[in-house]
Design a protein. Structure first.
Length: 202
């Protein structure tokens, strides 16, 4: 009976000791957690700051890449335009020669056009026209068209029985385009309508 009681006391002491040890460990863990909590909060705060910094730098990087891409495209377009229109002054000078050919040929009679020498001149004028057109240079077709200030330069208004008011009634000087750019507008006389209509209005 005494042995049984001693055994129970021993077990009770062992249980109390175990509970005390576990309580001490739990208390120690709570103290450690309490001490490390501010550090964890600081760490989380730093992580958030770093994440925000990374997002900011990523945004700046993407913006810089987009700006550089736009700059590259703009530079390529400007370079292409420069190459395209670098010979603009030369083209205008050659167009003057074409105009002079045209004026001279307009003075010829049908009989004179049969002359072999004159036919050679006509052939040269046609070759010059083809060469200019291959380089993207062409005359602006204006006669009988509606007056367009983007293409035409009106020097005078004249009465016309052939063309309605506001139409180009005569070409004073040819105009030219180089690719999609007007390098010289057509100098024109614009129709003011029929002369009889003007007299009636007066």
């Amino acid at each position: 009976m005494a042995k049984k009681k001693n055994k129970e006391d021993f077990l009770e002491q062992e249980l109390e000791q175990t509970l005390e040890e576990e309580a001490a460990e739990a208390e120690e863990e709570l103290e450690t957690a309490a001490e490390t909590a501010p550090e964890q909060e600081n760490l989380q705060s730093k992580v958030k700051e770093l994440e925000a910094g990374v997002a900011d730098w990523k945004d700046k990087y993407l913006r810089s890449m987009a700006e550089f891409d736009n700059y590259r495209k703009r530079s390529n377009e400007e370079r292409a335009d420069w190459v395209k229109f670098a010979s603009e002054k030369l083209a205008l000078a050659v167009c003057e020669v074409w105009d002079n050919f045209d004026r001279a040929l307009q003075q010829l009679t049908e009989e004179q056009k049969k002359d072999k020498f004159v036919q050679g001149i006509i052939l040269i004028e046609q070759q010059l026209k083809s060469a200019l057109e291959r380089e993207g240079i062409k005359r602006i077709d204006a006669l009988g068209k509606d007056f367009d200030p983007k293409l035409h330069e009106a020097l005078v208004h004249i009465p016309s029985d052939e063309y309605e008011e506001g139409k180009v009634a005569a070409i004073i000087q040819n105009g030219y385009m180089m690719h999609d750019k007007v390098i010289r507008p057509v100098r024109v006389a614009v129709s003011g309508g029929k002369a009889e209509n003007k007299e009636e209005e007066e």
